[in-house]
Design a protein. Structure first.
Length: 397
């Protein structure tokens, strides 16, 4: 998707809010229908039946009829696709959509003249029952656009994303392989020795965010003061997300242009960032520390980086077993869990190799990708060579 910043007028913004509300209402009704189903009951209605029910609802309620049928039908279509993804075990089950969180609507059957350029950095897109809405022409709009999605983030900014299959980034043809180790302190360490960091909020912005969070805790629920504080917090969060997204795009493009093969660990990020709170009967332990780790993982953009690499370098991203990559010496191959002296320091007790722990892991990832073909016929790729290495006592502190 190619996303652009929308610039609606106040009247157009009100119409967009109504479209968004209609899409949320129709989608939540579909979720409720499927949640009502239980074994022994009649099957939940499919897309065709839900469209027929939508026609009846539009005839009965004027406020729903005033909206766009395209927006409302596509909300049902999106739900049907989400259920298909759920049954295909690729996504989670679609849930109730809350007001102000990840809301948007989709427009299909876009004609060639529905997107046009007015000047060097201003364009227009035609939205049903809204009219021509301007957006920033920050880069060329993909040719042959058939659909687009309009969203509003928590900071109150509107965006339009045109659906298009991007052209893959051409490989350099040098045959070079790079290993990428993703972490929290170092966002991405390369086997070349380069270490990349996601830009976050500046110190002054972090201090302001802390003050705003304290204000939010003191503000009365439902008050206008609380709404103003929440809007200010959302602006800071959006600024941080924009910087992270920009870093992901630039980093993924740079890696796709520099290397023929990009090796990463096959991490289950959803499982890694699962809450440790537990339940009332079985409360979790170290909940605060685990919550901080989860925030650090999500702020580092692990999943988004690999997803964009697969988009820009299809067929050139290799995922390897992450077992022992941080404990294995990239020089001699010995596995020793005590070799990682700290978060940043690795020192092999067998051969004496010392270096940055993240770079060492990235080199192990690169080696694993290079031997992937041989590993298919041998032991597991991430298996240990030797848990208790024979080492020279003089090399041990």
């Amino acid at each position: 998707m190619s996303r652009y910043r929308l610039q609606p007028t106040p009247a157009q913004e009100q119409a967009l809010v109504e479209h968004r509300g209609h899409a949320r209402f129709v989608g939540n009704l579909a979720v409720e229908q499927h949640a009502h189903w239980k074994p022994g009951r009649k099957s939940a209605p499919g897309f065709a039946e839900q469209c027929r029910q939508l026609t009846q609802a539009r005839a009965a309620f004027a406020w729903l009829r005033a909206g766009s049928i395209i927006v409302q039908q596509q909300a049902l279509k999106d739900f049907a696709q989400a259920m298909a993804n759920f049954f295909g075990t690729t996504h989670q089950r679609p849930t109730w959509r809350k007001r102000g969180q990840g809301e948007g609507f989709r427009i299909v059957a876009v004609k060639a003249g529905d997107v046009r350029r007015l000047s060097g950095n201003v364009g227009e897109v035609k939205v049903p029952k809204v009219g021509w809405v301007r957006f920033r022409w920050s880069r060329a709009v993909p040719a042959g656009v058939k659909s687009f999605r309009i969203t509003r983030d928590r900071a109150g900014r509107w965006h339009v994303a045109f659906a298009a299959i991007p052209e893959p980034t051409p490989a350099p043809g040098t045959g070079e392989v790079v290993g990428v180790d993703r972490g929290v302190a170092v966002s991405a360490a390369l086997s070349t020795g380069q270490m990349l960091y996601v830009p976050g909020l500046r110190e002054s912005e972090k201090a302001r965010l802390l003050r705003l969070l304290r204000k939010l805790a003191r503000a009365r629920r439902g008050s206008r003061r609380r709404d103003r504080v929440k809007a200010a917090i959302a602006q800071l969060k959006a600024r941080e997300a924009d910087r992270r997204q920009d870093w992901v795009e630039k980093t993924s493009t740079g890696l796709a242009r520099r290397f023929d093969v990009i090796a990463v660990e096959d991490l289950k990020i959803r499982n890694m960032t699962r809450s440790a709170k537990g339940s009332i009967a079985e409360p979790g332990s170290n909940v605060a520390a685990k919550a901080g780790l989860n925030r650090g993982i999500l702020a580092a953009g692990w999943g988004r980086l690999v997803a964009r690499l697969e988009d820009k370098a299809p067929g050139r991203v290799v995922k390897i077993n992450p077992a022992y990559t941080s404990q294995r010496c990239s020089a001699c191959g010995i596995v020793d869990r005590q070799a990682r002296e700290s978060q940043a320091r690795f020192r092999c007790r067998s051969c004496g190799y010392a270096g940055n722990a993240d770079v060492n892991a990235a080199r192990n990832i690169k080696h694993a990708a290079g031997h992937a073909a041989a590993a298919r016929e041998g032991p597991p790729l991430g298996g240990p060579v030797n848990r208790e290495p024979q080492h020279d006592p003089l090399l041990v502190r």
